[in-house]
Write a protein that binds this ligand. Structure first.
Ligand code: V47
Ligand code: SF4
Length: 383
């Protein structure tokens, strides 16, 4: 490694690389320098060091499905291709029974998690959504329920007239297991005003996650990138997350979400390219040194790019999904009917030179389809 570091001509970059390989936390200025000055191959190597420290040669996936209860939303985020106002012919809203039917479709399948996220429906409070969780748990008690972005939580808890702490406690009693990372978007207040003015503030997003962690509910964090933000904004976003994680340790994974341009009012911006995606995964892995996992969410970025991101710091491919999410196909993702078999997801991981691990929602290993040292990974030799 020292040999490699000696070949870095830029002295500042060399010092940052030495910090990373020596396990020393990098500063916001270092993070910015990496974004601006490091070439992609160096970022791949440095993110690889960090990735290996956290996750060895393992890459994770799970068996999951989504429920998107409604696309009716009181907000109007400019990047969102999903929401429709109540009464719009393209809006939908599932009843509890319809959502339970989705759960029942998986009765004979080895899924371990349901991910529930949708629009902020004006009519329903915490008890409506909590009782849905209760019914799901009554039907399948061991299914992990990862549900509701901080934005949905803010609205439903408020509508029920509860404090954040009491609301989250109540949802925990109903059966909520963990919280997904949505709604973080970009924390910078000036940008937030421009792209999603009405939704809960950055401070409130962070408070909801902090409170959840304190109550023993773990969560994920996201960052919407590739729109009007610059590298300073991304580092600021990650710095706020890193600080909170130092305090609580309650985040499981960080999920960079690439802005997709179809059917929303920011389309004129276009989309950033794959190099930018990989840089962003790499700097995220290095910067968020207290986050155990970096997730490449393949329904958004595509299977091949998600596979490539495993060489740039990501260690988790999310799940098999089984064609249960529409958010990203509506925003223009090429994964129009996202679904992967276990074999397909493992193959992608093995081809990247890593060992697939089926995990539960808290990243406890469930099985090693290729054995714990990857000994069964003959697929590496295939095309
Ligand atoms: O908050 C909306 C994003 C998020 C677009 O925790 C868009 O495991 C790109 O949070 N282009 C919701 N992104 C999805 C989410 C999520 C996804 C996967 C895994 C997890 C997890 C959480 O989707 C929203 C917003 O940031 N989004 N529109 C768009 N046009
Ligand atoms: Fe509503 Fe979420 Fe879309 Fe914003 S991103 S408009 S909160 S569904």
């Amino acid at each position: 490694m020292n040999d490699l570091l000696n070949h870095i001509a830029d002295k500042d970059l060399r010092l940052i690389a030495e910090k990373i390989s020596g396990n020393v936390r990098i500063t916001p200025e270092d993070g910015l320098y990496l974004f601006n000055k490091a070439d992609l191959s160096l970022l791949g190597v440095l993110a690889g060091i960090s990735r290996k420290k956290h996750n060895g040669n393992f890459a994770y996936f799970n068996h999951n499905f989504h429920i998107e209860p409604t696309n009716k939303c009181i907000y109007n985020c400019r990047f969102c291709s999903y929401h429709k106002p109540d009464g719009d012919p393209e809006s939908w809203e599932y009843s509890h029974d319809e959502m339970l039917d989705i759960v029942k479709r998986f009765d004979n399948k080895p899924v371990t998690e349901v991910h529930i996220v949708g629009g902020v429906h004006p009519a329903y409070d915490l008890h409506y959504w909590g009782s849905l969780i209760g019914k799901i748990k009554a039907h399948r008690p061991h299914l992990h329920v990862k549900a509701f972005s901080a934005i949905e939580l803010d609205y439903m808890i408020n509508k029920a007239g509860l404090t954040i702490e009491d609301g989250l406690n109540r949802l925990k009693e109903y059966g909520l297991d963990s919280i997904p990372g949505g709604g973080a978007e970009i924390f910078d207040e000036t940008l937030r005003k421009l792209i999603c003015d009405e939704k809960s503030s950055s401070e409130l997003w962070l408070t909801i996650h902090e409170t959840a962690h304190r109550l023993g509910i773990s969560s994920n964090a996201t960052m919407l990138y590739g729109h009007i933000e610059n590298y300073n904004h991304r580092i600021d976003h990650m710095e706020r997350l890193r600080k909170l994680q130092d305090k609580t340790g309650g985040f499981n994974s960080f999920i960079p979400l690439k802005y997709k341009k179809t059917n929303n009012s920011m389309s004129y911006l276009g989309e950033v390219n794959l190099i930018e995606d990989l840089k962003n995964y790499a700097v995220s892995r290095i910067y968020l040194d207290n986050f155990p996992h970096i997730k490449a969410y393949w329904p958004m970025i595509g299977k091949e790019s998600a596979q490539l991101s495993l060489s740039f710091g990501a260690d988790d491919m999310d799940g098999t999904i089984d064609d249960t999410t529409r958010i990203y196909s509506m925003a223009g993702s090429k994964e129009e009917k996202p679904a992967m078999t276990t074999e397909e997801i493992c193959q992608l991981i093995r081809q990247a030179g890593l060992i697939p691990v089926e995990r539960d929602s808290l990243y406890n290993p469930i099985s090693y389809p290729s054995g714990p040292s990857g000994e069964a990974s003959g697929e590496l030799k295939e095309k």
